[in-house]
Design a protein around this ligand. Sequence first.
Ligand code: ZN
Ligand code: ZN
Length: 265
Amino acid sequence: MTNLIDTHCHINFHQFDEDRKEVIQRARDAGVECMINIGADAETSQQSVDLSGEYEFIFSTAGVHPHYAADTGVDEIDLIEHLVKNEKVVAVGEIGLDYYNRSDPDKDIAKELKAIQQRVFASFLEVAKKTDLPVIIHSRDAGDDVLNILKNCFGSHVRGVMHCYSQDKVFLDRCLDLGLYVSFAGNITYKKAQALREVADYAPLDRILIETDAPFLAPQAVRGRRNEPAHVKIVAEEIARIKKIDLEVVSNQTSENARQLFEII
Ligand SMILES: [Zn+2]
Ligand SMILES: [Zn+2]
């Protein structure tokens, strides 16, 4: 019997409006004991908290993804500060920096935009500090700045997770040194992800979380389709295969890690 925890999904998103109940049931049937649903801006954080109120085994976060940093003003920050007080909220996130330029991948995003992301990220770290909650970090093409801002706020120890880990071993060591967990998603199953699989092999199991990031990042076996929390089992199976250990060892340990980090029982 597996007892998986999907530590990062967005099942409040509209992609699940037609069949949310069935999706949640399929996750339960696949051995997912609980899910952490992630807010990506003020509105989706509110939706996420509402969803967590409907199911005992769904927990929530509240935060603003760097893509929405520029739309974040005092009202949004006030709402998140209110939401994090909810008893089902187990972390501040997802927050962080994303310097990837979607319209022109060869170019950096504008300096001004980076500055806005940094300011919003830092302000949510303060919220986490005040409320003593862990942080769920989204980092893309911005690793150095992310770690510097984390250190500025928390010093040498950070309670949190680097979600959808996709960087190299050197950066992994820097994350581990800060006390962070790293979370692997369905992209470790992609054909071209050999380097990432080596990183997953290198990462100590007691610092690994697993996630789907549903509806995004469907694993290779279901690639191109909408992802859903039941598929977190595919991520666990891949880690078991990479590390040459039993699926049960992976599910037990990653779930224990999640319970410790997010203080859920
Ligand atoms: Zn993310
Ligand atoms: Zn996400």
